[in-house]
Design a protein around this ligand. Structure first.
Ligand SMILES: NC(=O)c1ccc[n+]([C@@H]2O[C@H](COP(=O)([O-])OP(=O)(O)OC[C@H]3O[C@@H](n4cnc5c(N)ncnc54)[C@H](OP(=O)(O)O)[C@@H]3O)[C@@H](O)[C@H]2O)c1
Length: 298
């Protein structure tokens, strides 16, 4: 293949499933240095992506494919919302890749593995940020991407494209640390329809701290080396640093979409049940946020 012709490779080194905010953010940067296939929900969306979308300040003409006709690819990054993970795993299975990497929020690796038998299926984390505004995607802050061992080739691709990325040996703890922040901030902000900063002021601060108080023993039982003061400090620091932001779960509620409550709070409830630890405030929050989802989206 001509190295300057990134279109329609026979076998792509990398594919990204989920042409949303984060998928387009990653794909646009990666496509500057290598061929990247972008898997969209259907052919109409793929055609629009091939024609070009604006990501940041640039127009990006993606090598886009419909979900029912994915190309072959060595590695697949999954960036659909958690509720669409099973469908994304089935798409990945058809490529068929060496490895499938989720960079989603919540815990999704079990669903991926149940629906895709690639040699390597695992979940990393990213603090890259992006949001959609109609057809435009705005990168909203550079972060860091941590990948599980075995995904060194993907980490190299990300670094080549200018992302801060590395393999993290204790990826399970990194995932739990991110889950701690997400399960405290996201559902509470969504339920009360407030920006993250409002969670640090009365009356919501007590509720935020209550969520952390219940969650940290579960996360510690799962292997996260944390105590209550450290857990509270971490959650407060993120709420402070993102004070003006609308949590993604709040954005989903306001847009009438399904939320990622099951992959976030639901994951905690399942872990708590395994360890016999009571998390009543999370259970109530799970029910309350689930009730906000449109019935058709559940
Ligand atoms: N955005 C961020 O800043 C950020 C940061 C860290 C982590 N994350 C996590 O990254 C994941 C993706 O977030 P996002 O903000 O990029 O979400 P998003 O903008 O909603 O993008 C998800 C995309 O997946 C597509 N999709 C859904 N089902 C599909 C299927 N079966 N086949 C192909 N495409 C499918 C959706 O298509 P439609 O548009 O047609 O529904 C949508 O374009 C989430 O788990 C999120 O929590 C996001």
């Amino acid at each position: 293949m001509n190295p300057n012709d990134h279109s329609r490779a026979d076998r792509y080194p990398l594919a990204i499933t989920g042409a949303g905010a984060l998928g387009l953010h990653f794909a646009a940067r990666l496509a500057e240095v290598m061929p990247v296939a972008l898997i969209a929900r259907d052919e109409a969306r793929a055609a629009r992506l091939r024609a070009g979308v604006t990501v940041g300040e640039r127009s990006f003409e993606a090598d886009a494919f419909a979900a029912d006709a994915p190309p072959a690819a060595d590695w697949v990054i999954v960036l659909v919302k958690a509720g669409d993970t099973a469908a994304a795993a089935a798409i990945a299975a058809r490529m068929p890749p060496r490895g499938v990497l989720s960079l989603q929020n919540g815990l999704t690796a079990d669903v991926l593995r149940a629906n895709c038998a690639a040699p390597l299926v695992d979940q990393g984390i990213t603090t890259e940020g992006a949001y959609r505004d109609g057809e435009r995607v705005h990168p909203s802050g550079a972060g860091e991407t941590l990948l599980p061992p075995g995904f060194e080739p993907v980490a190299e691709m990300l670094v080549r494209a200018g992302f801060r990325a590395r393999v993290e040996d204790d990826i399970a703890a990194a995932r739990l640390a991110k889950l701690l922040v997400n399960l405290a901030i996201n559902p509470l902000a969504a339920l009360h329809r407030v920006n993250n900063g409002a969670l640090l002021a009365p009356p919501l601060r007590a509720e935020l701290d209550r969520l952390v108080h219940e969650a940290w023993p579960v996360l510690r039982a799962e292997g996260l080396a944390v105590d209550e003061p450290a857990a509270i400090a971490r959650v407060h620091a993120v709420a402070q640093a993102t004070a003006a932001n609308r949590a993604s779960m709040l954005q989903d509620v306001l847009a009438g979409r399904r939320t990622e409550i099951d992959a976030i709070t639901g994951a905690l409830l399942r872990m708590a049940a395994r360890h016999g630890i009571a998390v009543p405030t999370h259970a109530a929050l799970y029910r309350a946020v689930s009730a906000l989802e449109p019935a058709a989206a559940r």
